[in-house]
Design a binder for this molecule. Structure first.
Ligand SMILES: N[C@@H](CCC(=O)N[C@@H](CS)C(=O)NCC(=O)O)C(=O)O
Length: 216
């Protein structure tokens, strides 16, 4: 098989990169990674060379380029025959929660940007932000309650849904979201995850600061 190469943004700030990277780690596929520092002089030009959308992540496999986190997850799922729950009902719900993350929660994403190294940041919690937090809490409870029996993840075994919500766990951890006991328990599983820990260690070594994402 041709080598897989994943282009990612700064580990500290690039939540979409984290999703694709984590899923690939959990799927056990070998890949090279290349980092482009976001929000620097020259970033735009570099992204225009490497990414059809001008965004990261981008997975390169031979001549094929895939330039969206969820599409990368789907591709890796097809390559490995893993990454989605085994039963049809669980798989459908996992796809729905993953799609809801991919297309939504814009208030959470803008008011609480991912800042993996930051701790004890606090902001005002607007009703719209509270609604996003409540919806995610409700979803995690629903997935764990209906499908979580086989393991610590949303659908028991690790799936694309867990990769999609990992940056949300980091946000909740940074800004101190008030959430249910089940959601806190799920967050602990995510924060102890070895690949996530590897990402966080690397994020700590990065020299770049994106001022707009230093909130709270
Ligand atoms: N829908 C895309 C969103 C990708 C995205 O917005 N990536 C951000 C980084 S997390 C980016 O590349 N921004 C370009 C920039 O900051 O110049 C996906 O799921 O991959």
């Amino acid at each position: 098989m041709a080598p897989l190469s994943l282009l990612i943004g700064n580990r500290n700030y690039s939540s979409w990169s984290l999703r694709a990277w984590l899923l690939m780690k959990h799927a056990g596929v070998e890949f090279n990674e290349r980092v482009v520092a976001l929000d620097q002089p020259g970033t735009r030009e570099q992204l225009e060379l490497d990414s059809p959308s001008g965004r990261v992540p981008v997975l390169q496999h031979g001549e094929l380029r895939i330039w969206d986190s969820l599409a990368i997850c789907e591709y890796v799922a097809e390559l490995t025959g893993t990454c989605w729950p085994r039963t049809r009902e669980a798989r459908a719900v996992a796809r729905a929660v993953s799609a809801e993350m991919h297309s939504g929660f814009t208030t959470l994403r803008s008011l609480w940007p991912m800042n993996a190294r930051a701790r004890n940041r606090r902001t005002a919690v607007s009703p719209a932000l509270e609604a996003d937090i409540e919806r995610i809490d409700e979803m995690w409870n629903d997935c764990r309650g209906r499908f979580g029996a086989g393991g610590n993840w949303l659908f028991g075994e690790y799936s694309v849904a867990d990769a999609m919500y990992a940056p949300v766990v980091l946000r909740f951890n940074t800004y101190g979201a008030r959430i249910s006991q089940t959601a806190r328990w799920y967050m602990a599983s995510v924060l102890e995850d070895a690949p996530l820990q590897e990402w966080l260690q690397a994020a700590k070594q990065e020299p770049w600061i994106i001022a707009a994402d230093e909130v709270g």
